[in-house]
Ligand binder design. Structure first.
Ligand SMILES: NC(=O)C1=CN([C@@H]2O[C@H](COP(=O)(O)OP(=O)(O)OC[C@H]3O[C@@H](n4cnc5c(N)ncnc54)[C@H](O)[C@@H]3O)[C@@H](O)[C@H]2O)C=CC1
Length: 475
């Protein structure tokens, strides 16, 4: 099925890069071995608009002349298209942009950031104290959480870092907080809970910072929290008029495609509107009240089914219950859709997708929609797995590529993953492959891959507002 067929005129062919023959190794730019797939899919010249290029990874042998040639091609293809209007969500993974953005919220971002800097690496401790304070102030809130408080804590902290990181950007912060507000309905959060949460947060900060905590810090957090709570609860109230707090969804299909990975399809009991690229929190009756985020792996379908890809994560209770102890007939709860619409028809930019493992799920959903409407934009997918078999979505990508011929898939096999010597494995491969400065970039996968790939792309000159990723932040 994945026969090797290479085209002349392809930059790799011209550069004489190694790899491509069965079992060959290619060396990424950092000099660390990264084996390419031993077979590739049929490849047709991109400019002929017929891409199912399952290609092997590029190598450092790329010459600058090749790169220039490639760049020229890209520019010619794109002309002077309008820039994409998507904006990036920073979660601390991507370094802040160099230019200082205008403050559009009026929040005292300097004081907020200073407090988090003072908390430094004691942030986990802050999370523990926050929940201790919250459960003392409002004991009924304990009932909202399952046993997995460590994950809950890290979500809280992720959300805090996100909020403080974007506290001067209304366009980023408001949709994020509205999403949080809507999503919190599934926990049973009501307006009365916002006050104790704010008090607990400020108490925990004050406890931790001691004499470093100043009246300005307190004022900044009171103002910020008031803003957060008003935005979240407003969104929750509006949402309550039109949507349930969660959807019951019956499992209609469950298949373990790898030892530790299941593809699950569910039928929500009522219409579940979402966009490709979005994700939802799921919980199973086998692990009540513990919610975990998974992306929809299918575009919205006429039969209403949603597909999810779940891999067991260590001792992860929800993921292992979903992979090992779930069967057709079970009813899951699915929270409100959140995150980015990657397939937005408003965007005309070609798309670069970087992913590994089950991070392919939102990309499959996106590709399905682009295929359905024969969107026309070109898509490159760099898809990492520890070996060929673990690239379980390749057959699906192949079938999409037959119908959507502007798709190129680059499998990246990295048996050991990125090593200490090369934490930038994926970023190096992607940036050596081409010039992405006119693409919209979507990254979904292991967090280290997300952050290091973004770092490389930014070094290459890809603007921050072209890069999109979701941080699944929630508290
Ligand atoms: N299940 C879902 O719906 C979604 C999952 N995700 C995230 O995607 C990740 C997927 O986890 P798993 O399936 O366990 O995949 P994983 O953690 O096993 O990673 C997949 C492969 O990527 C390789 N890899 C990691 N970093 C790399 C790098 N910098 N360069 C090159 N290769 C690299 C690893 O060697 C591994 O073979 C999780 O972090 C999950 O949160 C993201 C979006 C949706």
């Amino acid at each position: 099925m994945w026969t090797h067929s290479r085209s002349s005129g392809r930059r790799g062919a011209k550069s004489g890069r190694t790899g491509g023959a069965t079992g060959d190794a290619v060396i990424d730019a950092a000099g660390v071995e990264a084996r390419a797939l031993d077979e590739t899919g049929a490849y047709t010249e991109p400019d002929e608009a017929s891409l199912l290029g399952v290609d092997h990874v590029p190598v450092q042998a790329e010459t600058s002349a090749d790169s220039d040639h490639r760049m020229a091609e890209v520019h010619e293809l794109h002309g002077e298209r309008e820039r994409d209007d998507g904006h990036a969500y920073t979660n601390g993974a991507a370094p802040a942009a160099e230019a200082q953005p205008r403050n559009t919220t009026g929040l005292d971002t300097e004081a907020l950031r200073e407090t988090l800097a003072l908390v430094g690496d004691r942030i986990d401790e802050l999370g523990s104290d926050f929940y201790a304070q919250l459960f003392a102030l409002a004991p009924e809130t304990r009932e909202m959480f399952g046993a997995g408080m460590a994950v809950q804590r890290s979500r809280l902290l992720g959300a805090l870092v996100h909020i403080v990181g974007t506290a001067d950007d209304r366009d980023d912060l408001v949709p994020y907080l509205e999403g949080l507000g809507r999503d919190h309905r599934k926990f049973g959060v009501i307006d009365q809970h916002y006050a104790p949460v704010g008090s607990a947060l400020i108490l925990a900060l004050r406890n931790m910072l001691g004499i470093q905590w100043t009246p300005r810090h307190e004022q900044a957090w009171i103002q910020a929290y008031d803003w957060i709570a008003t935005t979240m609860s407003g969104a929750a109230q509006r949402d309550a008029v039109i949507a349930p707090p969660w959807w019951d969804a019956e499992v209609v299909y469950h298949r373990r495609v790898l030892d530790d990975l299941a593809v699950i399809q569910v039928r929500p009991h009522t219409d579940y509107p979402y966009r490709p690229g979005q994700y939802a929190y799921l919980t199973t009756p086998r692990r009540p009240k513990i919610w975990r985020a998974y992306s929809m792996a299918s575009a919205p379908r006429d039969d209403g089914l949603l597909e999810f890809h779940v891999r067991t994560v260590g001792a992860g209770w929800v993921s292992s219950a979903l992979v090992w102890r779930t069967e057709p007939g079970d009813v899951l709860h699915v929270g409100a859709p959140q995150g980015h619409d990657i397939a937005s028809p408003r965007s005309e930019s070609d798309l670069l997708c970087i992913t590994g493992g089950t991070g392919i799920a939102p990309i499959l959903a996106t590709l399905q929609e682009l295929e359905q409407r024969q969107d026309g934009r070109r898509v490159h997918v760099f898809y990492a797995g520890r070996d060929r078999d673990s690239l379980y979505a390749l057959p699906h990508l192949e079938s999409i590529g037959v119908r959507y011929r502007r798709l190129t898939v680059v499998p990246v096999v990295s048996p050991e993953g990125p090593t200490d010597r090369s934490p930038h494995l994926m970023g190096n491969i992607v940036s050596a492959y081409g010039d992405w400065r006119r693409h919209r970039v979507y990254v979904a996968g292991p967090s280290s891959m997300v952050s290091t790939s973004i770092e490389r792309l930014r070094e290459q000159g890809v603007a921050e507002d072209q890069i999109v990723f979701d941080d699944y932040g929630l508290w």
